[in-house]
Design a protein around this ligand. Structure first.
Ligand code: PGA
Length: 260
């Protein structure tokens, strides 16, 4: 049984004060929702304050990126060693990092390895761009991104299965107000699971959570979460609105609770 998972990616939004206010608004209600792993990913500067606010709750914390080196002369960067004191998860390979900041598949691979080595749980993002989708290259692109990101990570590291979450985020659906359809997303997620089975083995692939991300809202979450292949969502814009995010997590809990 895969525990459903919903993470809010706040991106470069909220000052520390605003982040605290948002957590204050959702904390009690979110804490009480059972049967879903709930993760907030605020900007780096708010991690320490929110870590304090979440103490004793069922809500977990994640970062949005990190450098692959542990420490050293890398001005302005944040490492896995620093993050592990503050949070449990880290989003890696987000398409905004890949396409706006030139992050390569090799860099993502180094980051995934560094995170796992430090006991941080990566939320690894993969997804094709619009022209790749339109020219029928989704499978090729997603396969390349998954295999490169996980290159050299041994299946014998059994904890990999527990510690890795994958998010399928078609780039054309992110922040676009135009989500993929549930069926489309489920088909690509099924493909990702088969790639993981080839790479490691079927048991690991079956136990890993794979999320959908890209314009998820309280109005369309059911379409995704009602697909047995889809284990949850990585939510951007809608995670900045307390009511919206609570509704997304609530609906996820309700739908996934029902026996298939
Ligand atoms: P969005 O972002 O929900 O605003 O489309 C999702 C993401 O980038 O993780």
């Amino acid at each position: 049984m895969r525990v459903p998972f919903v993470a809010g990616n706040w991106k470069m939004n909220t000052t520390v004060t605003e982040a605290e206010e948002l957590v204050y608004d959702i904390l009690d209600t979110l804490d009480r929702i059972k049967g879903v792993e709930k993760v907030l990913c605020p900007p780096f500067v708010s991690l320490a304050a929110i870590n304090m606010m979440l103490q004793g709750s069922s809500i977990k914390l994640g970062a949005q990126n990190m450098h692959f080196e542990i420490k050293g002369a890398y001005t302005g960067e944040i490492s896995s060693l620093m993050l592990r004191e503050l949070c449990e998860f880290v989003i890696l390979g987000h398409s905004e990092r890949r396409w706006y900041f030139g992050e390569t598949g090799e860099m993502v691979n180094k980051k995934v390895k560094a995170a796992l080595n430090q006991g941080l749980k990566p939320i690894l993002c993969v997804g094709e761009r619009l022209e790749e989708n339109e020219t029928g290259r989704t499978e090729e692109v997603v396969r390349e991104q998954v295999t490169t990101a996980l290159n050299g990570i041994k299946p014998t590291v059994l904890s990999v299965a527990k510690n890795l979450v994958v998010a399928y985020e078609p780039v054309w659906a992110i922040g676009a107000g135009k989500a993929a359809s549930g069926k489309q997303a489920a088909a690509t997620i099924k493909l990702i699971r088969s790639i993981l089975a080839e790479l490691w083995n079927k048991d690991i692939a079956q136990s890993l959570r794979i999320l959908y991300g890209g314009s998820v809202t309280s109005n369309n979450i059911v379409e995704f979460i009602s697909q047995p292949e889809i284990d949850g969502a990585l939510v951007g814009g809608a995670s900045l609105k307390a009511e919206e995010f609570l509704s997304i997590v609530n609906q996820t809990a309700e739908i996934k609770e029902k026996p298939v």
